[in-house]
Write a protein of this length. Structure first.
Length: 224
């Protein structure tokens, strides 16, 4: 690990799998780490004159707004990398540009909401940008997969009741789950059972942290 480049852990997982909760707990219980949340605020703040945001448009009409949303989602994830605090040992980031392409963009191609020419264009500038980012898998980052069944994610999604997610179906969550399984099947990553109640069970959280430690062989320090 470089003195000026912290090790990055991208926290992957389905919608409502517990990623934001996990990052909040990590910030609370570990020393010298940074937690960067998914840029949902950027998606909900980008609005038109009718006061409708890009995330809302995407969920309401994926066929029409997929390319617009996926382009901005990628851009906003790249922008998050500028927020990395180089004084930290470890930086946890909610999702990555890689899952943006391998999970969400590819799922849009698979379900027909992103056309072939749009995918070709997306891939063109994705590959161009990736060459300019200092990301070497296994050397300065790894993936942590919070694996949670689609039906449990759907229950949690309905429980938190966000306005933009009213049109998200359990079928869509199953598609996103399947894309995670396909992508991460042969990839080096730490997989944890996110159906556990790590929010209220500290021993459960400790177990997950131990699994992370064995994933990249570095001891993490608790704040207490």
């Amino acid at each position: 690990m470089s003195e000026t480049k912290p090790f990055i852990i991208f926290v992957e997982g389905n919608i409502a799998s517990g990623k934001s909760t996990f990052l909040s707990l990590i910030s609370k219980h570990l020393k010298n780490v940074q937690a960067i949340h998914e840029p949902v605020d950027k998606w909900t703040q980008l609005k038109d004159s009718d006061n409708v945001n890009i995330l809302d448009y995407f969920y309401k009409d994926m066929e029409k707004y997929t390319y617009s949303f996926q382009s901005f989602a990628f851009l906003s994830r790249v922008m998050l990398l500028d927020e990395i605090d180089t004084s930290k040992n470890i930086v946890f980031i909610e999702r990555s540009i890689f899952s943006d392409r391998e999970i969400f963009a590819k799922n849009c191609v698979k379900n027909g909401t992103m056309q072939e020419i749009e995918w070709n264009l997306y891939t063109k500038w994705f590959d161009w940008m990736l060459k300019r980012l200092d990301l070497s898998e296994g050397e300065n980052y790894l993936h942590l997969y919070l694996k949670c069944p689609a039906d449990e994610c759907y229950r949690r999604l309905k429980e938190r009741n966000r306005d933009e997610e009213q049109n998200v179906s359990q079928e869509y969550l199953q598609e996103i789950h399947d894309r995670h399984e396909e992508w991460l099947e042969n990839k080096k990553c730490v997989v944890v059972d996110a159906s556990q109640n790590f929010r209220d069970d500290f021993k459960c959280l400790q177990k997950i942290i131990s699994e992370i430690e064995s994933g990249f062989e570095k001891k993490l320090d608790y704040t207490h």
